[in-house]
Design a protein around this ligand. Structure first.
Ligand code: PDD
Length: 286
């Protein structure tokens, strides 16, 4: 049985309860993080905690815990979970209050943390990649905040499920923003390209790792807007996230990307990512 943290208590998930008037339930008024854990070592924990602070600031909610308190709390959840590799999910909402759009005068945020088993991409996916479709990015203009108000992402992701695909790649005003639950990279003529961080995409922790690894691999890279036409003419497309790591997209809207197989630069980056992960497990990196 999994132990979760809810508002100061550690308890079995089946016993965790929140009031129906919690603003997370009523308004989606909250933020979250998903932190991968390899061999019981949280991957880039401080980057995730920094992004959490950015999301909390963005919704004007005070951070309920200090960095040291987050470290202790996450450390205990990770230690008590049954898996070596985990995804730690944490969520903070503005808490329970009589229903009113405006913030309640006194706020007691709800804090929830749980671990689940981390399922990284299968050997089949690493070898053959995944299919994706594109769709118009119809989300709001604060996509840099990791909020629990995910209805637009949920509907966009379902479009790819309905099409038998793994991800929906979002296009806004003729340019690539990101995936419904991932960041997107492309390769053209040996250059790794990624859209710049802005209010239109989540600043992915894996996105940063991939750009760092591209540089340490000596690959040419550029962070700049990518047009829809460029994406469709890409030699390689990758998606990145804490749970998908780096995954090749080999079909876009039913057409092969490049030769329809994961490309040579993907293979290098995938290997570099695995090496980096193992360094994290051995405690050489945060
Ligand atoms: N999602 N963009 C969106 C919209 C995302 O939801 C995610 C991750 C990312 C990648 O961010 P990171 O590399 O920090 O995981 C980009 C998580 C995994 C989720 O919601 O489950």
């Amino acid at each position: 049985m999994s132990i979760v943290y809810l508002n100061g208590e550690f308890l079995p998930i089946e016993e965790a309860r929140i009031p129906v008037l919690d603003r997370g339930f009523i308004f989606g008024d909250g933020v979250y993080e998903v932190i991968p854990v390899y061999d019981r070592r949280p991957f880039r924990l401080h980057h995730h905690l920094d992004r959490l602070r950015h999301s909390l600031d963005g919704i004007r909610l005070a951070n309920p815990l200090s960095t040291a308190e987050w470290e202790t709390l996450i450390g205990r959840i990770v230690a008590e979970a049954e898996w070596e590799d985990q995804g730690v999910y944490l969520q903070i909402t503005r808490g329970p209050a009589p229903r009113d759009h405006a913030f309640p005068k006194t706020v007691t945020p709800t804090v929830f943390v749980m671990a689940t088993a981390l399922t990284t991409p299968s050997a089949e996916i690493v070898t053959h990649g995944v299919a994706a479709i594109t769709a118009a990015d119809n989300r709001w203009l604060h996509c840099d905040l990791k909020t629990t108000s995910l209805l637009a992402n949920v509907l966009l992701r379902q479009l790819s499920v309905d099409a038998g695909c793994a991800e929906t790649i979002l296009i806004r005003d003729g340019c690539l923003s990101e995936g419904s639950a991932s960041n997107i990279f492309m390769v053209k003529d040996g250059v790794v390209l990624a859209p710049p961080k802005s209010n239109l995409m989540l600043p992915g922790i894996t996105y940063d790792v991939v750009l760092e690894l591209a540089s340490s691999e000596g690959l040419a890279s550029a962070v700049r807007p990518i047009t829809d036409a460029e994406l469709r003419a890409a030699d390689e497309i990758w998606l990145t996230s804490s749970t998908k790591e780096i995954t090749a997209v080999t079909t876009l809207d039913g057409k092969p990307v490049g030769n329809g197989q994961p490309g040579p630069i993907f293979k290098r980056m995938h290997a570099a990512y695995q090496t980096y992960k193992h360094q994290v497990m051995r405690g050489k990196n945060d």
